[in-house]
Design a protein around this ligand. Structure first.
Ligand code: ATP
Length: 302
């Protein structure tokens, strides 16, 4: 278990991919920019979400964040500002290397920005006790690993002792009830390499359930890029929408279907936020977004 936790830690530590640096194509884009000034956004919007008992969705703000991974490394975030209202779903989209995963890495405080400020609930994350911040923030990685153990162990290893009622609630929310019912020994069935193999869609939903059982106030979700069949894609979409009713969800979205369901979409390119809006607003006002949407799948080019 300890080895697995260490493995997880290294997985979530932002190793990143060596993607080509950023482009300088910024001029000419100004005309289509529809960046909503963050000052215009309410600091927190609490209407709508139905939190799980004891969960209060957290709001996030990036305020002129400048970041590079090292003094001799290229700038990854240039003056990045956007707001994620408390509750609901905000999607990050943009080409490979735009800096989306780095948003997550900074939010989890694996790195610290060189300039600007990041707040959760209006409080600078540098002032949050790290354990408190990490407890408030759940992270679901793109290719969630499945532990060689039972489905129950997979769900509960980060949240032992959660009441059975809550496990059942989360199983229903993440549309895993059918899976549990289908498995010969239900939740006690071994899964992973030495047990029943789960599909990509099921693995991601198990990872979401695992994260939810820790009652995060903010869920960072790096959506799976693997091809999902229509049923699994629909389920994932439903699950994300439902999770966004009880906590704040910030998703790096690779699917148009996820993006269209988002309350707000932040379009990043080459380390900058180039536009923020709803799907319809961006289709109207942002060329890059229109291009991404036209491909249907917002897959990284790597
Ligand atoms: P993708 O969709 O391909 O994951 P992204 O939009 O999430 O892209 P990031 O992963 O945030 O982009 O990467 C932005 C830039 O930072 C890239 O140039 C990348 O090579 C670099 N980078 C990411 N992680 C690290 C790291 N740990 N160390 C050094 N550079 C990194």
């Amino acid at each position: 278990l300890i080895a697995f936790l260490l493995y997880l830690f290294f997985l979530v530590a932002p190793v990143g991919q060596l993607v080509q640096g950023f482009t300088q194509v910024q001029s000419g884009l100004a005309a289509v920019k529809r960046i909503r000034e963050i000052e215009d956004l309410p600091a927190e919007e609490t209407a709508g979400p139905v939190p799980a008992p004891g969960t209060v969705p957290a709001g996030v703000r990036f305020e002129s964040v400048g970041f590079r991974y090292g003094d001799d490394r290229p700038v990854v975030h240039h003056d990045v500002s956007f707001a994620v209202p408390a509750g609901g779903m905000t999607a990050l989209v943009g080409p490979s290397g735009a800096g989306k995963s780095t948003v997550f890495a900074l939010l989890e405080r694996f790195y610290e920005q060189q300039s600007g400020r990041i707040t959760v609930d209006g409080r600078d994350i540098r002032h949050w006790p790290l354990a408190e911040l990490r407890a408030a923030v759940g992270y679901v990685e793109q290719d969630a690993p499945v532990l060689d153990g039972s489905l129950r162990e997979n769900l509960l290893f980060a949240a032992p002792g959660v009441a059975e009622e809550e496990v059942r609630r989360v199983l229903a929310l993440t549309r895993l009830e059918d899976l549990a019912a289908r498995l010969p020994e239900g939740l006690e069935t071994k899964v992973g390499h030495r047990g029943v193999l789960l599909s990509g869609g099921e693995r991601q939903r198990v990872a979401i359930a695992r994260a939810l059982l820790r009652r995060p106030r903010l869920l960072l979700l790096d959506e799976a890029t693997s091809q999902l069949d229509a049923v699994n894609e629909l389920r994932l979409r439903e699950v994300i929408a439902e999770v966004a009713r009880e906590t704040t969800v910030l998703v790096i979205a690779h699917r148009l279907s996820t993006v269209t369901g988002a309350d707000r979409i932040v379009v990043m390119e080459a380390g900058r936020v180039r536009a923020v809006g709803t799907h319809d607003e961006l289709l109207d006002g942002d060329d890059l977004y229109r291009e991404l949407a036209a491909t249907q799948f917002l897959l990284p080019a790597t």
